[in-house]
Unconditional design. Structure first.
Length: 258
């Protein structure tokens, strides 16, 4: 029996800095997460998640092109002290955050597709705003790794697992645009000196319009109405200010002072 090929666009991707992907608690968490998602959504291959490949299987330059963080629908981050030191996990987080910025720029709303889980709290800074926080004592104190294989903590583990599943489902419904290798090294756009053009995948932008819209200028303050001309006071219907005087009249220029 051959292993199934991983999906081109994983439903979720687990990014971690653990010593080995064969870690038993990591494998158990991945299997439980996958089973719960399939229990809710069904066995469709489109709901399949991924773990990172073993380190050293590919050279570093290829990792930038092949990382599933560029195309997964949700990124599950297992926070440990080493997570912020490992270039692979920092790369995954940086690329996915760029995708989140694209999504918010185009839709005006943030995407919940970044799911951060407290895996081992030793040496961790304060939890990030995106971290899944569940009022389970052992989880908030030491992390999820202490709960996976502990029979006495099975109830708390399931509460955290279901909270992670809810975040993954919500993130997948609002997945950010996928990245391509061209997005990492954009070519300058003609006519825009030094301004790179960052393309989106066609499937994410075909239904959106980005052309600028001309807006008719409107004054910021109301324009006062024009004042009507004052009527001529005492003017004769057959005499103007510059009429020729009569025989018994002196020439008078009538004006506002008269």
């Amino acid at each position: 029996m051959t292993a199934s090929r991983p999906p081109a666009t994983p439903y979720y991707y687990i990014s971690h800095a653990l010593p080995s992907p064969a870690d038993p608690w990591l494998r158990a968490f991945h299997c439980d997460l996958q089973d719960e998602i399939r229990r809710r959504l069904g066995p469709d291959p489109g709901y399949t998640g991924m773990l990172p490949e073993p380190r050293g299987s590919r050279p570093w330059p290829d990792d930038w092109v092949s990382t599933p963080a560029m195309r997964c629908r949700a990124l599950v981050v297992l926070l440990t002290e080493d997570f912020y030191r490992d270039p692979h996990t920092l790369r995954d987080l940086a690329l996915f955050r760029r995708r989140l910025v694209w999504e918010e720029d185009q839709t005006g709303r943030p995407s919940p597709a970044l799911v951060q889980v407290l895996w081992d709290t030793r040496g961790l800074p304060a939890p990030a705003p995106e971290a899944v926080v569940v009022p389970v004592g052992d989880y908030t104190a030491s992390g999820l790794a202490e709960l996976v294989g502990a029979p006495h903590a099975r109830g708390g583990y399931l509460r955290v697992l279901r909270a992670v599943v809810e975040r993954v489902l919500a993130g997948a419904r609002h997945s950010p645009p996928t990245m391509t290798p061209q997005d990492l090294h954009p070519d300058p756009t003609p006519g825009e000196s030094g301004m790179p053009h960052i393309p989106f995948s066609a499937g994410c932008t075909a239904h959106r319009q980005f052309a600028p819209v001309r807006v008719t200028w409107q004054p910021t303050h109301a324009v006062p109405p024009s004042r009507p001309e004052p009527p001529e006071r005492g003017a004769s219907p057959h005499r103007s200010w510059f009429s020729q005087p009569g025989d018994d009249e002196r020439p008078i220029l009538r004006g506002p002072h008269s």
